[in-house]
Design a binder for this molecule. Structure first.
Ligand SMILES: *[C@@H]1O[C@H](CO)[C@@H](O)[C@H](O)[C@H]1NC(C)=O
Ligand SMILES: *[C@@H]1O[C@H](CO)[C@@H](O)[C@H](O)[C@H]1NC(C)=O
Ligand SMILES: *[C@@H]1O[C@H](CO)[C@@H](O)[C@H](O)[C@H]1NC(C)=O
Ligand SMILES: *[C@@H]1O[C@H](CO)[C@@H](O)[C@H](O)[C@H]1NC(C)=O
Ligand SMILES: *[C@@H]1O[C@H](CO)[C@@H](O)[C@H](O)[C@H]1NC(C)=O
Ligand SMILES: *[C@@H]1O[C@H](CO)[C@@H](O)[C@H](O)[C@H]1NC(C)=O
Length: 466
C-alpha cells in the first residue's frame, strides 16, 4: 500500500521537479516504437514539440550515463558484481531472535535475520542497490538517443555514439558487462534466502525500449552500430533468452496470468526480434494472445486480475501498457496478424479494456495521484483504432492538455492535437520541416507542464514494482 507519507513525498518531489526547470522526462511503463515508422520519417508537422522533448531527454540521459551493474556497492551472493541484483522491496529484517543485533554488520543482517513481507511497505534500503534504476535509465536513454539520431540525416551522430557507449558499458565490456541472467533479481534475504524470485524478471521489462532503439540504428544503417557490436549484443541476448526460457524463474514469470506475465512476454518477444528470430517473435507473440491474454479482460472490459489489487487504477493501466506493447510487437513481427482485434475468452478486445478503464475514477480507490498513467494508453489506442467520435482526444485535452509535447505523440499517430511548430533546434525532421516558428519561451512552458505529469508517471512506474 502507498502510505500517505509516501504520497506526500511523491507530490512534493513532483512540484519541486516542475519548479526546478529540469529537463522534462517521461518513462513509460513500456512501449514498442515501430522502427519502420521512425525510419520513414514522415511525421506529421504537429509533432515538433514531441521531437523537442525527445531531443532534450536524449541529451539529459547522455550526460549522466553510461550505467553499469558493477557500480553497485555490494556484489550479488555469487560474489560477482556482474550479476544483476535487486532486493524484494517489501521485505524487512526481523532480528529479534538473533541475539545482540547492535553487533551485526549490515551484511550480517542480510544473511542472519529472517525477512518478513510487509506488503506495500517499501524497505528504504532497497535502493542501496539500484541496478533496477540504472536499467530503467539504460532503456530510456537508448530509446530517446535512437529517436534523436533518426531526426538527423546522417549515418553517425553524438546520439548513436551515446548508444554504443551505453550498450558497451551495460552489456558487453569484459569488466563491467552484466552476466546474462537474473538469478538475483528481487532477491529474498535472510538465512535460507539469497535467492532471486521470478517477480524480479519484471526489472528488465524495458528491454523493449532497448530493442526499439537498436532496430532503428540497424535500419538507418548507422555506421557507429558496427557489425561487431551488433554480433556481440546478439550473442549476449541469445544467452539471456536461453536463461529466460530454461530457468525456473523465467518460466514461472511468463506463466503468471497478470501484468507480470504480460510484461514478461514484452521482453521475450522483443528479445527474439533483437536476435533476428522473426518466426520466434511471432510464435511467442501468439503464445501470449492465445494464452494468458485470454483470461485478462472480461466481458465488461475490466481486468479482474488487476482490479483485485490494492491499487486497481494503477494496475489496470500498467497491464494495459504491457498488452498494448505485446500487440505492437506482434503486429511488427507479423504484419498480417491482428492482435488489436483479438478477443479474450470473454469476447473482449484491448479497446474494450481501454474504454472501461476510462470510466474508472482514480479517486474512488484513493489513486488520484496515478491519473497520468492512463494517458499513453489512450494515445496508443486512439492512434491505432481511430477516434471517429473524438472521445479519446476530448479526454486527453481535458486531462492532459499538453499531451502533444510528450514524446509518445511522435509515434502515437495519427492523433489530433499539437500544432505545426518549428522547434528552433533539430526538433523538426529536416526532410519535412514546415510550419511556423514558436518562441523558445512558449515551448519551455509547454514542455514544463508535461514534465510535471510525466515525472509523476515516471516516479509511479519506478515505485510500483509488483
Ligand atoms: C511531411 O509530412 C506530411 C504529414 O505527415 C506528409 O503528408 C508529407 O508527405 C511529408 N513531406 C515530405 C517531403 O516528407
Ligand atoms: C552488544 O554488542 C555491543 C558491541 O559489541 C556491545 O557494546 C554491547 O555491550 C552488547 N550488548 C549486549 C546487551 O550484550
Ligand atoms: C537515472 O537518470 C536520472 C536522470 O539523469 C538520474 O537523476 C538518476 O540518478 C539516474 N539513476 C540511476 C540509478 O543511475
Ligand atoms: C469483470 O471484472 C470486474 C472486476 O473483477 C467485476 O467487478 C465484474 O463483475 C466482472 N464482470 C463480469 C461480467 O464478470
Ligand atoms: C479490426 O478488424 C477489421 C476487420 O478485419 C479491420 O478493418 C480493422 O482495421 C481491425 N482493427 C485494427 C485496430 O487492427
Ligand atoms: C539539424 O540537423 C541537420 C542534419 O544534421 C543539420 O544539417 C542542420 O544544420 C541542423 N539544424 C539546426 C537548426 O541545428
Amino acid at each position: 500500500m502507498l502510505t500517505p507519507t509516501l504520497v506526500y513525498l511523491l507530490s512534493a518531489l513532483c512540484v519541486r521537479y516542475a519548479l526546478a526547470d529540469v529537463q522534462p522526462f517521461t518513462s513509460y511503463a513500456n512501449d514498442f516504437v515501430d522502427p519502420d515508422y521512425i525510419v520513414a520519417g514522415n511525421f506529421p508537422d504537429t509533432t515538433g514539440e514531441a521531437k523537442a522533448s525527445i531531443i532534450s531527454w536524449a541529451d539529459r540521459f547522455a550526460s549522466t550515463g553510461p550505467w553499469t551493474v558493477t557500480s553497485k556497492p555490494f556484489a550479488a551472493p555469487s560474489g560477482d558484481k556482474k550479476d544483476y541484483m535487486s532486493w524484494a522491496p517489501y521485505f524487512w529484517p526481523d532480528c529479534s531472535k538473533v541475539g545482540n543485533t547492535t553487533a551485526l554488520t549490515t551484511e550480517e543482517v542480510w544473511t542472519k535475520c529472517p525477512y518478513v513481507n510487509r506488503d506495500g511497505q517499501f524497505n528504504p534500503d532497497r535502493l542501496t542497490i539500484n541496478d533496477i534504476g540504472a536499467f530503467f535509465n539504460v532503456s530510456d536513454a537508448i530509446l530517446y538517443n535512437a529517436l534523436a539520431f533518426s531526426f538527423e540525416d546522417k549515418p553517425s551522430s553524438k546520439y548513436s555514439q551515446n548508444i554504443v557507449k551505453i550498450v558497451n558499458a551495460w552489456f558487453l565490456d569484459s569488466e563491467t558487462g552484466m552476466n546474462p541472467n537474473l538469478n538475483f533479481a528481487q532477491m529474498h534475504r535472510g538465512p535460507g534466502g539469497q535467492v532471486g524470485t521470478h517477480t524480479g524478471i519484471l526489472d528488465l521489462k524495458g528491454f523493449v525500449k532497448v530493442v526499439s532503439g537498436i532496430l532503428i540504428l540497424r535500419k538507418r544503417k548507422c555506421t557507429d552500430w558496427t557489425a561487431t557490436i551488433d554480433a556481440q549484443l546478439v550473442d549476449w541476448t541469445k544467452k539471456y533468452i536461453e536463461w529466460l526460457e530454461t530457468n525456473q524463474l523465467g518460466i514461472d514469470e511468463c506463466a503468471s496470468g497478470n501484468n507480470h506475465g504480460s510484461f514478461c512476454f514484452n521482453q521475450w518477444i522483443a528479445l527474439k526480434l533483437l536476435v533476428n528470430d522473426i518466426p520466434g517473435a511471432v510464435s511467442v507473440g501468439n503464445k501470449f494472445f492465445d494464452g494468458i491474454y485470454q483470461g485478462q479482460i472480461n466481458s465488461t472490459g475490466d481486468q479482474p486480475l488487476e482490479a483485485s489489487r490494492t491499487h486497481p487504477y494503477h494496475y489496470r493501466n500498467y497491464n494495459l501498457a504491457a498488452m498494448i506493447t505485446n500487440a505492437r510487437l506482434l503486429k511488427y513481427a507479423d504484419p498480417t496478424s491482428n492482435p488489436w482485434n483479438k478477443t479474450t475468452k470473454a469476447d473482449a478486445t484491448l479497446k474494450d479494456a481501454m474504454d472501461m478503464t476510462m470510466t474508472v475514477n482514480p479517486d474512488a480507490s484513493g489513486e488520484g495521484y496515478a491519473v497520468a498513467e492512463i494517458f499513453p494508453n489512450i494515445a496508443a489506442v486512439a492512434a491505432t483504432y481511430g477516434d471517429p467520435e473524438g472521445k479519446y482526444v476530448a479526454f486527453l485535452k481535458k486531462t492532459f492538455p499538453e499531451y502533444a509535447s510528450d514524446a509518445s505523440f511522435l509515434w502515437d499517430q495519427p492523433l489530433a492535437g499539437g500544432s505545426a511548430v518549428r522547434t528552433g533546434s533539430n526538433g523538426t525532421n529536416s526532410k519535412n520541416a514546415t510550419g511556423n516558428g514558436v518562441s523558445g519561451a512558449l515551448l519551455d512552458r509547454r514542455v514544463g507542464a508535461t514534465q510535471a505529469v510525466g515525472f509523476l508517471a515516471a516516479l509511479l512506474f519506478a515505485v510500483y514494482l509488483h
